[in-house]
Design a protein around this ligand. Structure first.
Ligand SMILES: NC(=O)C1=CN([C@@H]2O[C@H](COP(=O)(O)OP(=O)(O)OC[C@H]3O[C@@H](n4cnc5c(N)ncnc54)[C@H](O)[C@@H]3O)[C@@H](O)[C@H]2O)C=CC1
Ligand SMILES: [Mg+2]
Ligand SMILES: [Zn+2]
Length: 277
């Protein structure tokens, strides 16, 4: 994996550097991209909720301006994080923006202490919000989620959520609940979402997924028994698809797509795919 982007705790009191401007999963961009000279941005008097020192991109310090609302800036426009992932092949840039979006959202949602209501402060030495009155720390929110490809020989079990783009079918996913192992989560979500049982779920790989704050833990499992019964509301349709007649699949940047392509490659004797970093 290349190292053009790496996160670091930079002090917002340090002058200069570059900044990205984020609000509600969107970033400001112009013909030069998403990085703006920070001192220039400061003069615009944007409705700033939080400023964070994010890390280094190509060796340059990068800060985040988290805004209260997506105000108009002359010569610039707003674009969603998902669009940057889908239409820009610069994975380092996407990793930086995914990190910025998660940090910005977390920082603004933790401005006040959930325990005593006092105003929280940024911790000086770690990425945490800290309550000066009762001492509580809040770290960036991260939700472990499992994602699993279920197969039966030449067939894949794929499903549609009502939130998907028309025609797209994907692997099953779901959030890990308190107290359960990821393997237990795999079994439970599969039972809830499609009603079948599986055997030998095997961990494959993981992917950070900033929509909105998931850590995807990818599995492969063999079908064991049962007829498909889609979970009302969550699953619009679920079917067995032959590896020779697949529906429209999820974005090539996703671990869902990777799990499918990996199985196809092994089954059809092709080279393994590469999961985008
Ligand atoms: N990178 C990839 O290839 C894919 C990633 N995903 C991601 O996996 C995650 C989980 O998948 P879903 O099927 O949506 O989960 P899910 O099957 O657990 O259901 C989602 C629902 O669970 C509830 N929920 C429970 N715990 C939650 C938490 N910690 N945060 C937010 N909502 C919670 C909410 O009501 C939400 O609508 C999502 O973030 C989704 O974006 C899903 C498919 C593919
Ligand atoms: Mg689900
Ligand atoms: Zn407190």
């Amino acid at each position: 994996m290349s190292l053009r982007w790496h996160a670091a705790l930079l002090d917002p009191a340090t002058p200069g550097g570059w900044a990205v401007v984020h609000c509600q999963q969107q970033f400001l961009f112009d013909s030069n991209g998403v990085l703006f000279p920070r001192d220039w941005l400061k003069r615009l008097e944007l409705p700033l909720l939080s400023e964070q020192g994010l890390g280094y991109f190509d060796g340059d310090a990068v800060f985040l301006f988290e805004l209260d609302r997506p105000v108009a800036v002359p010569g610039a426009s707003w674009q969603g994080l998902r669009q940057f992932m889908l239409h820009n092949d610069d994975r380092d840039l996407f990793r930086m923006l995914g990190y910025a979006a998660q940090i910005g959202t977390w920082a603004t949602q933790h401005r006040f202490c959930g325990h005593c209501g006092a105003r929280m402060q940024q911790h000086a030495r770690e990425r945490a919000m800290h309550c000066p009155d009762c001492g509580i720390h809040h770290y960036p929110r991260l939700s472990p989620s499992m994602i699993v490809l279920i197969t039966r020989g030449d067939e894949l079990l794929l499903a549609r959520s009502p939130r998907f783009a028309p025609g797209v079918y994907s692997t099953l996913a779901g959030y890990v609940e308190p107290g359960e192992s990821v393997e237990q989560c795999v079994e439970r979500e599969v039972r809830e979402e499609v009603g079948v049982s599986i055997h030998s779920p095997r961990y494959i790989t993981s992917q950070g997924w900033p929509f909105p704050h998931s850590l995807m833990l990818g599995f492969h499992a063999e079908y064991a028994a049962g007829e498909i019964v889609p979970q009302p509301e969550e699953i619009e349709d679920a079917r067995w698809f032959s590896i020779h007649r697949l529906p429209e699949l999820p974005a090539r940047q996703s671990i869902a797509r990777y799990l499918i392509e990996l199985y196809l490659a092994r089954r059809l004797g092709r080279d393994d795919p590469v999961l985008p970093g």
